[in-house]
Design a protein around this ligand. Sequence first.
Ligand code: ADP
Ligand code: MG
Length: 247
Amino acid sequence: MSSETHGYSSSLEPVVRLEGVHRVYHLAGEDIHAINDVTLDIWPQRMTAIVGRSGSGKTTLLNLIAGLDKPTQGTVWVLGRNLNQLDERDLLALRLHKLGFVFQSFGLMPLLSARENVGVPLRMRGLPPAEREARVDEALAWVGLTDRAHHRPYELSGGEQQRVAIARALAEDPELVLADEPTGQLDTRTGRRILELLRRMVEERGVTLVIVTHDPQVMAEADIVHELRDGRLVGTRVKEGVGVPGR
Ligand code: ADP
Ligand code: MG
């Protein structure tokens, strides 16, 4: 990797931009302001954590970035596209071609092998089998699970299942990976290993990673940390030595 990636040029565009974003849920006659006037940028090839206690709006924010939910007010741009201007088909294509997802509970299909699970999004894309298999095998090798390729999720440990999920995201060659509490179901040591793998994904594969979490290990590792409280952005911390435009 060139050292260029650590010094940004001034023309650099954020991968995600949220401007004045609100999301209000109406539940049983009550308004829940899950996201309250959030403005922030997510910069390329960085590990950004969005932290806050349970109920602070982290998952809602991730769903808004993924185009799985719509803001009540405000604008979300992803890879230069204004999500308000995209229809469901465009949003699906964006998710399928540009985004990767990693979940707390891994999100693997129980009846499929590790290899088949990694191949699911590529199948949805209609990739020819030979290319699909090459990508799947490469991704499984990258996460160190070649010898577990034919196991089903129940035959794998939690850490291994999360590595399969990371391989699935990686096989898509995504520009942006969104992870919701990826270490939430793992013990501290296993969580540490998963975090190292996510860090390598940023450094070696040039992925932009957004992790929502309340895991202190993730907060310590992240390049940029945004803190949410009751749906509001209450603070942003940039790790020492990390270049961010405008700073
Ligand atoms: P976090 O991921 O930080 O735990 P969430 O984004 O899941 O927080 O939730 C933020 C707030 O919005 C919570 O008060 C939650 O109960 C509420 N909320 C989330 N999703 C919905 C929904 N679909 N309908 C109503 N309220 C919701
Ligand atoms: Mg959540």
